[in-house]
Design a protein around this ligand. Sequence first.
Ligand code: FE2
Ligand code: FE2
Length: 358
Amino acid sequence: MVDSLKKPQFEEIRPGIKAPAKETILTPRFYTTDFEEMAQMDISANEDELKAILEEFRVDYNRHHFVRDEEFDRSWDRIDGETRRLFVEFLERSCTAEFSGFLLYKELGRRLKGKNPVLAEIFNLMSRDEARHAGFLNKALSDFNLSLDLGFLTKSRDYTFFKPKFIFYATYLSEKIGYWRYITIYRHLEKHPEDRIYPIFRFFENWCQDENRHGDFFDAIMRAQPNTLNDWKARLWSRFFLLSVFATMYLNDIQRSDFYASIGLDAREYDKFVIEKTNDTAGRVFPVILDVNHPEFYDRLETCVSNNERLRAIDSSNSPKIAKFFRKLPSYVSNGWQFVKLYLIKPIRVDNLQGTVR
Ligand SMILES: [Fe+2]
Ligand SMILES: [Fe+2]
C-alpha cells in the first residue's frame, strides 16, 4: 500500500473533514466592509454599463457547466505522497478563496437588497457563481477522501475590514488574477494533455470567464465612482494593491513550485506571465500599473522568497519561542524593506489608456 494511504497526511477536525490550514499573511483572506456606505453609493455615472453587466449575469452562461462527469469516477490513489499533499493544498486554498468571495458577495447582496437593487442583484448572482466554484473544488477534495467544513470556516476565520473603495481594488485584482491563473493553466494543459493528471483543469476555460465577468463588474463600479481612480491617493493605493497581490501570489507559488511542476509548469515562469497579464489588464482601469520589467522587481521578490525559506526553517526547528523570534527578526525586517523598495519603484502612468482596450 502506498505510504500516503496508511496515515492521514492532514489534521482532521472530524473523520474526513480537513482542519483548515493555519492562517498567515499569505493565506486567502475573508473580507467585510461598510455595508451602509456601499448601499448609499450613487452608480448613475455608469449605470447603463452596470445594467448591461447585470443582464450578462442573469443569462448565466455556466448554469450547466459545473457537472462532474465519469472521468472523476475512479480512484485517485495514484496521486500519492508529496504530490497528493500539494494537490490537496491547492484544492483547499482555491476552495477557501472562492468561498471567501461567496461570503462577501452574498452578504453584500443581502444588505443592499431594497436599497441599491442593481448592485444587490449583481452581488447575489456573483455569489451564485462563487458558490458553484467553491462547491466544485470541495467535491474534488472528496476524491482525496477529505472535505472542508465551510460552515466552520465561516465562523472560525478572521475577517479583514476594508472600506468599499479598498474592497473594489482588492476584489477587482483578485478576480482578474484568478482569471489569468485559471486560463494560463488551462491553455498549458490544452497543449500538454499528458500533464493533466486530474480532470478539474478541463473546467477552467468556462470557469475563468466567470472570474473575468466579476472583474469587469468591479472595473465598471470603480468607473461609476471616479474618485476611486482619479486622484493622487488612487495612484498610491493602486500601486499598493497591485504590489500586495503580486507579491503574495509569487511567494505562495514559489514555495509550492513542486505542485506546478506536477502539472508541467515552471512556477516562476507561470507567475511572471500571470503578473504581466494582470498588470496590463489593470491598466484598463487603474491610473498606474507597476514596472514589472524593472531589473529590481523580481530580484527583490526573490530576496523575500529566500527570507521566507529561512523563516520556515526556523519555525520547524526546536528552539524556544523567544529564540525563534530573534532569529526570525532579520528576515521580517528584510521583507518589510524589500516591500518598501518595491513600492518605491517608479510606476507607469496609464491614465490616458483607460477604457480604450476592452
Ligand atoms: Fe470564482
Ligand atoms: Fe469570482
